[in-house]
Design a protein around this ligand. Sequence first.
Ligand SMILES: Cc1cc2nc3c(=O)[nH]c(=O)nc-3n(C[C@H](O)[C@H](O)[C@H](O)COP(=O)(O)OP(=O)(O)OC[C@H]3O[C@@H](n4cnc5c(N)ncnc54)[C@H](O)[C@@H]3O)c2cc1C
Length: 317
Amino acid sequence: MIRNFLIYLSQAGWARRLVMALPFARRAARRFVAGDTVEAALYSVGQLNQAGLDATLDLLGEHTADEAAANEARLQIQQLLTRLSQSGLRSGISIKLTQIGLKLDEALCARNLKSILETASTHGLFVRIDMEESACVDATLRLYRGMRAEGFDNVGVVIQAMLYRSDADVMELLAEGARIRLVKGAYMEPPQVAYPHKADVDAAFDRLADLMLHESFAEIRRGANGDWPPVAAIATHDEARIRYVREHAELIGLPKSQFEFQMLYGIRSELQRQLVAEGYQVRVYVPFGQQWYPYFMRRLAERPANVWFLLSNLFKR
Ligand SMILES: Cc1cc2nc3c(=O)[nH]c(=O)nc-3n(C[C@H](O)[C@H](O)[C@H](O)COP(=O)(O)OP(=O)(O)OC[C@H]3O[C@@H](n4cnc5c(N)ncnc54)[C@H](O)[C@@H]3O)c2cc1C
């Protein structure tokens, strides 16, 4: 109930205007967002790299309203890639296709995505396409595949375990050599397309992780590992899911270097460091920028106890 209400608020314009004007909400959002500027974001990535963690930077923004804003977002992402390359830090980027025009015009989005991949490719950087609500999945996969067909290999996708379709998507994508980030799914979806119960989402997550780990193993045999992040990126803070993946990787003899765990900036930081100390690869998703509202609300929705954290900031100076 609360989760659905918070996800609804994340998409409501009136709530965005209201919450973004509250200084204590901005302060609370800083727990999950590395800052407003590229400088602040690169500083955070530097700190993570020093602690042995890799990163993926996300310039916040989604559901852009018009073509000019979509093109402006594309330009800012290209500038970010250039700055990232100059910094020498260990990080790729993550992008949302609705930020660069997916909901306005698929052809516009394709042009913007291609320009971003060209810039990333020039700098030897990897771009992960985040997955948004279920209505975007077909178009997102179509655009991803279009870019692969044009020869880009520095691009990966995200699959949401909560969607019924994901078993089929993962099998097809693995057969195509895709690099996949597996997540549970952060959006409110109807029972026609997604598992309503957490236990089913968890079971699907383990099942899909199995498929991805087996493919990672097959990739070693083919000697096709490449320069980019591993085929399997397991993105969760759920210790039971992490334990399952660790045990399964060990069972099939998959080296720790052949897959990675991913977590969000500001969430389970100790666990991130503990996994690194145990020799696992861990990548942290580092969002930054001024469009923090929907991202922040999704983080509240994942753990309604975070609402108390938000309110506790009301009393901080
Ligand atoms: C690197 C990364 C990239 C992602 N990219 C996408 C994407 O492209 N598309 C998409 O739909 N979703 C994405 N997500 C979000 C994902 O779908 C889940 O909503 C999110 O990860 C929470 O689920 P969980 O797997 O951590 O498990 P849960 O069962 O939700 O949480 C397990 C435990 O983790 C901790 N935890 C989880 N979330 C929070 C939080 N917000 N605050 C504090 N503690 C928390 C709690 O201790 C909780 O008990 C991404 C997640 C990660 C880690």
